[in-house]
Design a protein around this ligand. Structure first.
Ligand code: UD1
Ligand code: CA
Length: 455
């Protein structure tokens, strides 16, 4: 394989009219990441000297959302793929070679690109596909087996349109020739554009061989022009991830009903039921079970814990052997110790709970610190917001809070405090106290109910 230095140019200036979206096309996501970000990361895996990304439509949004260290090249008018590469020339030295990728072709893998670079050597490499229906694609023109030109659909005659071998758009070019070729491009074609594909004929003219490499599967070079294609590539991507997890020992009750939009680190004997969505960075320890229909984003769940169906976890840490849900909601900055139980319709936010503590029903714990072995009764609410500021609630170890208690923050309960059901707690309580803060029950005996007037 050639040792010459590699540069990458990613074309991403197009609008994506057929997406019918405010978002520039390359920001639409596959597996929870903008397509162009995936392409940049794949390019990065080849260790190139430089990566230049040509942006145009929605460039402000692209610059804001794609956090990658690359050369941004602005193409204010989309005059064609040849023009797009030409304006990246200031970033391309005269030695080495340039690989052209597309911001809307998200699933190309490193192995495919390495094979292309290997085949190209210091000449031209062209990634091709053979399609049952080649409509819309540039056709590969061969002469005695040699690739001599690419003809675009709109410029092709009937015989050329019958060719099923197509241009994927991905190619590698020798930098020494690049500027000369790009500067000699003409736009006298059906679309009035500067076609990058015309470089194939120019290479032939200059006696530089074109090495075609056919993709192993069409999805590897498939572009996204509409939501149908986006959904198709998303399914392929999700299937690949699911297969990889199954092979690594994760049980997926149904790999077709599992979505990972980020990264999953997992231990042994993890079981994931149907319709689970994992987003961001998720870590599941040994023997963790995730019930059906859970959504888990940026969370760490330690070994032995079980998350029952329909739970929603975000930005939280769950200790070992915890029982969460069904219908639990753990929000940002929730940290639960080992053996914690969180039951149905319990919401936590910015809250820590010590080992063995429980909140089993209908509770809100916000801006709270709960000790260990404490039991929070059904319907307990931390009133953490006075309408202007948030305040903290501190609850000690081994506390028993009865049902339907309001803890008006800032407030603090010591260890072993017992709170009677229905109390509104506004003052802090010392260790080992019993606190009742509710109206006393009044009983009127032999009460005669009012009766309806007779007419
Ligand atoms: C191109 C190829 C065609 C190939 C097809 C594969 C050319 C002339 N034709 O056609 O042979 O079969 O891709 O999908 O190259 N772009 C820019 N700036 C521009 C023009 C395009 O950044 O001025 C970007 C677009 O955003 C898009 C990509 O380049 O991501 C391809 O451009 P597009 O106009 O879609 O080319 P096709 O007509 O599909
Ligand atoms: Ca296209």
């Amino acid at each position: 394989m050639s040792q010459s230095s590699l540069h990458v140019v990613i074309l991403a200036a197009g609008k994506g009219t057929r997406m019918y979206s405010k978002l520039p096309k390359v920001l639409h996501q596959i597996g929870g990441e903008p397509m162009v970000q995936r392409v940049i990361d794949t390019a990065r895996s080849l260790n190139p000297e430089s990566i230049s990304v040509v942006i145009g439509h929605g460039k402000e949004a692209v610059l804001a959302q794609v956090k990658r260290d690359v050369n941004w090249v602005e193409q204010n008018e989309q005059l064609g793929t040849g023009h797009a590469v030409k304006i990246a020339l200031p970033h391309l030295p005269e030695e080495g070679r340039t690989l052209v990728l597309y911001g809307d072709v998200p699933l190309t893998d490193t192995a495919t690109l390495e094979a292309l670079l290997e085949a190209a050597g210091d000449e031209v490499g062209l990634l091709t596909d053979v399609l049952d229906d080649p409509t819309g694609y540039g056709r590969i023109i061969r002469d005695n087996g040699k690739v001599v030109a690419i003809v675009e659909e709109k410029d092709a005659d009937a015989a050329q349109k019958a060719i099923q071998e197509t241009n994927t758009g991905i190619l590698v070019l020798p930098n020494a020739k690049l500027a000369g070729w790009l500067n000699s491009l003409q736009s006298n074609n059906a679309q009035g554009e500067y076609y990058l594909t015309d470089l194939i004929a120019l290479a032939n003219r200059d006696g530089i061989a074109v090495h075609p490499v056919q993709v192993a599967a069409s999805y590897l070079a498939a572009g996204v022009n509409n939501k149908v294609q986006l959904a198709e590539l998303e399914r392929i991507f999700q299937k690949q991830q699911a297969q990889a997890l199954l092979k690594a020992g994760v049980t997926l009750r149904d790999p077709d009903r599992f979505d990972l939009r980020g990264r999953l680190k997992h231990g042994q004997d993890v079981v994931i039921d149907v319709n689970v969505v994992l987003e961001g960075e998720v870590e599941l320890g040994d023997d963790v079970e995730i019930g059906a229909n859970c959504i888990i984003r940026n969370a760490t769940i330690a070994s032995g814990s079980k998350i029952a169906p329909f739970s929603h976890l975000e930005g939280c840490e769950v200790g070992e052997d915890a029982r969460i849900g069904p219908f639990a909601r753990l929000r940002a900055n929730t940290k639960l110790g080992n053996g914690v139980h969180i039951g149905n319709f319990v919401e936590t936010k910015n809250t820590t709970m010590g080992n063995g503590s429980k909140a089993n029903h209908l509770t809100y714990l916000g801006d709270s610190e709960v000790g260990s072995q404490t039991n929070i009764g059904a319907g307990t609410i931390t009133a953490n917001y006075d309408g202007v500021n948030k305040h903290r609630t501190k609850i000690g170890d081994d506390v028993r809070i009865g049902s339907n208690v309001v803890l008006v923050a800032p407030v603090s309960l010591g260890n072993k405090v017992t709170v009677g059901a229905g109390s509104s707690i506004t003052k802090s309580c010392e260790d080992n106290t019993l606190v009742l803060a509710r109206a006393r029950q009044t009983v009127i005996e032999d009460w005669i109910r009012p009766e309806k007037n007779q007419k």
